[in-house]
Ligand binder design. Structure first.
Ligand SMILES: Cc1cc2nc3c(=O)[nH]c(=O)nc-3n(C[C@H](O)[C@H](O)[C@H](O)COP(=O)(O)OP(=O)(O)OC[C@H]3O[C@@H](n4cnc5c(N)ncnc54)[C@H](O)[C@@H]3O)c2cc1C
Length: 321
């Protein structure tokens, strides 16, 4: 039986071949994935990973695609997207402490709204951050001086071989826009610790942040959020603007006129054009200010350079580990 037939036999797995990835990303760019695998539950995930591992098929995860740039050439191997069972949230309250057990595919925007409605505080900073809870965890998403690491208690996931893993807060090494998970780990559920507050107070803090965000971020055109991490003591957007690159275009990709750390897709832009602007920004900022900008956006797929596919190549564990 060939790989596709085997995949199609897995219950709870939807298989698409040569599926264009642009619609699954916020910047609306990206070529096809050889295998696009929508995984509905844990059992399907374990069986899928076992199969990918057995066939040596590389894979990567896609959350809501709001911090990735997918190559125009697409992704060789499999792209996994978590579905139904990973979109559930369970809220518990005990003596003023609140714990939310949230599936990795749960949208962050919905989580923020739901916490506010229940009068739970701790997630206000995440208002306006698109994406899934799994993506937010992996990226250690944050804004306005807070990050998801501050409210994470525990992470549930599976290894690339499909074995369940649990990581306690102290076992995780969060850094700026990264959670440094062991390579190949798939986040399935996150335990968040919140505090009880008045619903109106939480909502008011959220409204204040909405106003701040609207003033600073480009709206209207598809984008992937911040392209570069802020270097220590400075802002990537400030440096790119000071290098005179605000509004610069390659094809129909443009360094935003509103915020220079955003690249917007004016319509039909290619990933290569976005990369071109990123390289231009890095080169100019390096030349003028001696600062090396590091991409925040994750590159997925086939790029000319080695080691930038973002894919994990599974291999079976040998007995000596
Ligand atoms: C308009 C806009 C504003 C933004 N503002 C902010 C902001 O203020 N602060 C901020 O931090 N970010 C911001 N972002 C970036 C982005 O929203 C966050 O990084 C978000 O958390 C990414 O989640 P996602 O589900 O879209 O992940 P994706 O973009 O799909 O994936 C990001 C990375 O996580 C991996 N991944 C996703 N899910 C899993 C999983 N379950 N298990 C293992 N790996 C996984 C992917 O392989 C990839 O490497 C913004 C983006 C946009 C478009």
């Amino acid at each position: 039986m060939d790989t596709v037939d085997e995949l199609k036999l897995i219950s709870g797995l939807k298989v698409k071949l040569n599926e264009p990835l642009a619609p699954y990303t916020s910047i609306k760019i990206g070529g096809p994935a050889d295998y696009f695998l929508a995984v509905e539950d844990r059992l399907a995930l374990a069986r899928t990973l076992e199969l990918l591992c057995r066939h040596g098929i590389p894979f990567c995860l896609l959350g809501q695609g709001s911090n990735v740039l997918v190559s125009d050439r697409g992704v060789r191997g499999a792209v996994l997207r978590l579905g139904r069972e990973f979109k559930e949230a369970l809220w518990t309250e005990d003596n003023g402490a609140v714990v939310a057990l949230v599936g990795a595919a749960y949208p962050v925007s919905r989580l923020v709204r739901e916490a506010a409605r229940r009068g739970y505080s701790g997630l206000e900073f995440a208002e306006g951050i698109p994406g899934s809870v799994g993506g937010a965890l992996v990226m250690n998403a944050g804004a306005y001086g807070s990050e998801i690491e501050k409210i994470v208690d525990r992470v549930e996931g599976v290894t690339a071989q499909g074995e369940a893993v649990g990581l306690e807060r102290g076992q995780m090494l969060f850094t700026y826009r990264s959670s440094n998970l062991p390579p190949g780990t798939i986040v399935t559920r996150v335990h968040l610790r919140l505090t009880k507050d008045r619903a109106e107070a939480v909502s008011q803090r959220i409204r204040d942040l909405v106003t701040r965000r609207k003033k600073s971020q480009p709206s209207g055109y598809p984008n992937s959020g911040s392209m570069f991490r802020n270097p220590p003591g400075d802002f990537a957007g400030r440096l790119i603007e000071a290098a005179g690159l605000k509004g610069r275009k390659i094809g129909t990709a443009q360094i935003s006129e509103r915020h220079a750390n955003f690249i917007v897709n004016l319509g039909g832009a290619k990933a290569d054009e976005v990369r071109g602007l990123m390289e231009l920004a890095r080169a100019e900022v390096r030349k003028r200010f001696g600062v090396e900008l590091e991409p925040e956006v994750r590159l997925l797929g086939e790029w000319p350079e080695e080691n930038t596919s973002g894919a994990y190549i599974p291999h079976r564990r040998n007995r000596t580990g």
